[in-house]
Design a protein around this ligand. Structure first.
Ligand SMILES: Nc1ncnc2c1ncn2[C@@H]1O[C@H](COP(=O)(O)OP(=O)(O)OP(=O)(O)O)[C@@H](O)[C@H]1O
Ligand SMILES: [Mg+2]
Length: 245
């Protein structure tokens, strides 16, 4: 069963640490500004970062994860600034780790999709863990995706790993809705000029040369709130592609 969402979109990358969670969150708020009802599922079961990024306090005491794993419990998504949010982090005490064998990740993910009372959503964004291994491979059996957004860093290696992720998606018949290049240069705070902090990817190695539509580029900046307009552009591109079907 798919949640009450018109579109389910996964956000992933070949690599870790390129900014998937950051981009997913900012994109979620941009889609809210567009007027959509947005859900955000943190599917990084081993390293759920969304609660911390949203400043949502974890329960210091609860061991609700054990309870959750036992049976047919239901959970309300938590609400933050109009976003419906679910993360395994809400079920864990702060220092508690998920101990779950890789083959069970898909079943756990299914619980987060089906046992959470998502209210009517235009889009459910799924923030994937790094890589294209266990959870990603089980994802497709759990939920019918409208497609995926690929986040890459600006470097050669990030695009190289991004391309493998694109191939992985295409091999699973998942539509690649577009790519976001994150940490794409830095605007000098003094002169305003763009600085390429990392050597940029060669054009023929970039994911764009593989037919991935460029949704937008996000600079390296500790204050990403300054770049809301770029995220609005990314959101608009995504909405257009989703509505085009
Ligand atoms: N454009 C940016 N400018 C500055 N800092 C950024 C930017 N994007 C992400 N970061 C920072 O980089 C770090 C990694 O980002 P994030 O956790 O979103 O990556 P991720 O791809 O989700 O990582 P993981 O693979 O571990 O899930 C975080 O500390 C985040 O705040
Ligand atoms: Mg992450």
């Amino acid at each position: 069963m798919t949640p009450a969402a018109r579109h389910v979109v996964a956000v992933g990358s070949g690599k870790g640490g390129v900014g998937k969670s950051t981009v997913t969150l900012k994109l979620a708020f941009a889609l809210r500004r567009h007027g959509w009802k947005v859900g955000l599922l943190d599917a990084d079961l081993y390293g759920p970062d969304i609660p911390l990024m949203l400043g949502m306090k974890r329960d210091q005491e609860a061991k609700r994860w054990d309870f959750w794993r036992r049976g047919d419990v239901r959970f309300e998504p938590l609400e933050r600034d109009g976003l419906q949010v679910m993360s395994v982090g809400f079920l864990l005490a702060e220092r508690q780790a998920v101990t779950l064998a890789a083959p069970l990740l898909g079943a756990a993910l299914r619980q987060f999709v089906e046992q959470v009372d998502w209210r009517a959503l235009d889009v459910l964004l799924i923030d994937l863990p790094p890589g294209s291994a266990d959870l990603q491979q089980q994802l497709f059996g759990v939920v019918a995706l409208a497609g995926a957004v690929v986040v890459v860093g600006p470097q050669d290696v990030a695009h190289l790993d991004g391309r493998k992720f694109v191939d992985f998606l295409r091999g699973a018949d998942v539509r690649v809705l577009g790519g976001v290049e994150n940490m794409s240069g830095l605007q000098c705070p003094h002169c305003g000029q763009r600085i390429d902090v990392f050597p940029p990817a060669a054009a023929n190695r970039a994911i764009w040369s593989d037919g991935v539509p460029l949704l937008g580029r996000v600079p390296l900046d500790p204050d990403l709130d300054k770049h809301a307009r770029e995220f609005d552009r990314i959101a608009a591109g995504l909405v257009t592609r989703l509505e085009a079907g």
